[in-house]
Design a protein around this ligand. Structure first.
Ligand code: PNS
Length: 164
């Protein structure tokens, strides 16, 4: 039987945005399964949403895709996690040139650590170039409307957090 091609899509997802969702959809055009993996960093945690809240929102977003999208969290090195779950590919999204330097450094470091795991970059859809979780949080916290940038479940949770 052909081997299942699994890609890990790691990130903070604090919270997941329409840009991330676009990337998962693109990933599923190329891979059988995507694991959306939330990185937990106990040393510096200034996240708005807890890991559980993030997992719950992401699961809700992809609930219709069944087993093709798994949602998980991990501590420690991403390459170790990828190896553990049997993924040979790490997916990262690129929006603009400004993303490149950070992504390049991470990809090279991950390659150095585990040469058999490949990082694959995908271009985010044009409508999502300027969306980031950080900006979404800032806009909501200041009373702006982010309904065009995040799924409904996230919008609801953001409103609860900021009591709007
Ligand atoms: O969504 P983000 O915050 O840009 O994602 C960054 C992430 C989670 C992919 C990166 O910080 C990561 O891989 N963290 C896990 C720890 C690790 O492997 N660090 C070394 C990376 S070279």
């Amino acid at each position: 039987m052909a081997r299942t091609n699994i890609a890990v899509y790691p990130g903070s997802f604090d919270p997941i945005t329409n840009g991330h969702i676009d990337l998962v959809e693109r990933t599923l055009r190329v891979f059988d399964r995507a694991i959306v993996a939330i990185a937990i960093n106990p040393a510096k945690d200034s996240s708005l949403f807890s890991t559980e809240e993030r997992i719950e929102m992401i699961r809700e977003v992809f609930k219709d895709l069944g087993k093709r999208v798994q949602v998980d969290s991990f501590e420690g090195l991403l390459v170790h996690y990828a190896e553990r779950v049997g993924a040979r590919v790490i997916i990262r999204g690129l929006r603009a040139i400004s993303d490149f330097e950070y992504e390049f450094q991470m990809a090279m470091m991950n390659r150095e650590l585990k040469p058999n795991i490949e990082t694959l970059f995908m271009m985010t859809g044009e409508s999502y170039f300027y969306i980031s979780s950080r900006l979404v949080k800032e806009v909501v916290s200041l009373g702006g409307d982010v309904s065009a940038f995040v799924p409904k479940i996230v919008l609801r949770k953001l409103k609860q957090k900021f009591k709007r």
